[in-house]
Design a protein around this ligand. Structure first.
Ligand SMILES: O=C(O)c1ccc[n+]([C@@H]2O[C@H](COP(=O)([O-])O)[C@@H](O)[C@H]2O)c1
Ligand SMILES: Cc1cc2nc[nH]c2cc1C
Length: 349
């Protein structure tokens, strides 16, 4: 196996279709720009989907689950068994993302990359087990090279499945107790910013818990200070599900499938993907601003403006799924509104 595929070129967005979509927006019966970000996302989707009439009838959601060795440092409000338990809940339909995917008529694809509490074979869950968990990155690298490659490839594999299903949008989600610690560590290393700027409450730590998390992060970042490129930082500080998201983001951009990025962990994976392959950036749309402390900082680094801010902090692709109706409405407006000429409405001189 090799990681050369990560630097292969991405599909180039169609700039002529983007220009045409922008011109079309100016003809619709509204003051220019009055639909705000709904106009911008319709233009972006037209250019990415290479069509004058963007659409989101076929939405694909892959949720990657995995456990983290750093959980043993007491950095989460919840016990590690929850990761495996939630894998079952995703598949049996009771999780937030299960309900959202059903409501959207979207495909929900659940991938177990390795949980300490192994739920075993479950209908509707793809087993792509790498190890029961990553190693505790306070003691050594979270992953060895083969594990990193396998996790990246697991993400790319789900993009191939989405492509076969002719998906018009790929959403990546994650589940993993302690993964806000891993994402904060990775974001801190990528952005060269102190962990205190990126560590937050996760599933519900109090102030003392967050302070402890910062101390754990400082130890880990010192241990891995020599990791000086994004892939090595991902290997030392990331998680299987975070690396799978990185692989999915790069592969979808190479396959020409638009991406909707979820919360703090997913956005940190997107930052790693863009650092590894800058052409990925054009393929990203951002759903929401998570309540997790570090999310705003990572969004800013990507110059990303998310669509909604509802105080969400769940992960598992729930924020992205919640934004899909807005994206669908943006497409409906772009495709269905009358032009000034068609409606006989006077335009500015
Ligand atoms: O997506 C987010 O912004 C987000 C913010 C806080 C927590 N989470 C979810 O909560 C879990 C990680 O929280 P923690 O406290 O165990 O690190 C993991 O399963 C994430 O999906 C997700
Ligand atoms: C119950 C629960 C559900 C989740 N979904 C994503 N992260 C989660 C964390 C917990 C604790």
């Amino acid at each position: 196996m090799s990681l050369d595929w990560l630097s292969a070129p991405c599909v180039q967005p169609d700039t002529e279709l983007a220009d045409a979509a922008r011109a079309h927006q100016l003809q619709l019966t509204k003051p220019p720009g009055s639909l705000g970000m709904l106009e911008a996302v319709a233009v972006q989707l037209a250019s990415l989907q290479r069509t004058a009439q963007p659409a989101l009838d076929r939405v694909w959601i892959s949720v990657f689950a995995a456990d983290h060795g750093v959980a043993e440092e007491g950095v989460s409000a919840f016990p590690q068994v929850v990761t495996g338990e939630m894998v079952r809940n995703f598949a049996t339909g009771g999780a937030a993302i299960s309900v959202l995917a059903r409501s959207l008529d979207a495909k929900l694809d659940v991938v177990n990359l390795g949980t300490v509490n192994d739920p075993g074979e479950i209908p509707g869950v793809r087993r792509a087990i790498i190890a029961p968990s990553t190693a505790n990155f306070c003691r050594g690298p979270a992953m060895n090279e083969a594990q990193l490659e396998a996790a990246l490839a697991a993400g790319a594999d789900r993009v191939r499945a989405a492509q076969k299903a002719d998906a018009q949008l790929f959403i990546g989600g994650e589940m993993g107790i302690a993964n806000t610690t891993s994402a904060a560590a990775l974001a801190s290393a990528l952005l060269e910013e102190p962990p205190s700027c990126l560590a937050g409450a996760g599933t519900g730590l109090n102030a003392a818990g967050i302070q402890h998390k910062v101390t754990v992060l400082e130890r880990a970042l010192e241990l891995h200070a020599t990791a000086n490129n994004a892939l090595e930082q991902l290997r030392c500080l990331g998680g299987f599900e975070i690396a799978a998201l990185v692989g999915a983001y790069v592969a979808a951009s190479q396959a020409g499938i638009p991406l909707l990025v979820d919360g703090f962990i997913s956005t940190t994976a997107a930052l790693a993907a863009v650092t590894i392959q800058p052409e990925v950036r054009a393929w990203l749309l951002f759903s929401h601003r998570s309540k997790e402390h570090g999310h705003a900082r990572v969004l800013r680094a990507l110059q990303a403006e998310p669509l909604i801010d509802l105080g969400m902090r769940l992960g598992e692709a729930s924020g992205a799924a919640t934004a899909v109706p807005l994206l669908r409405l943006a497409c409906a407006l772009h495709n269905g509104m009358a032009t000034f000429e068609q409606a006989g409405v006077s335009n500015v001189d």
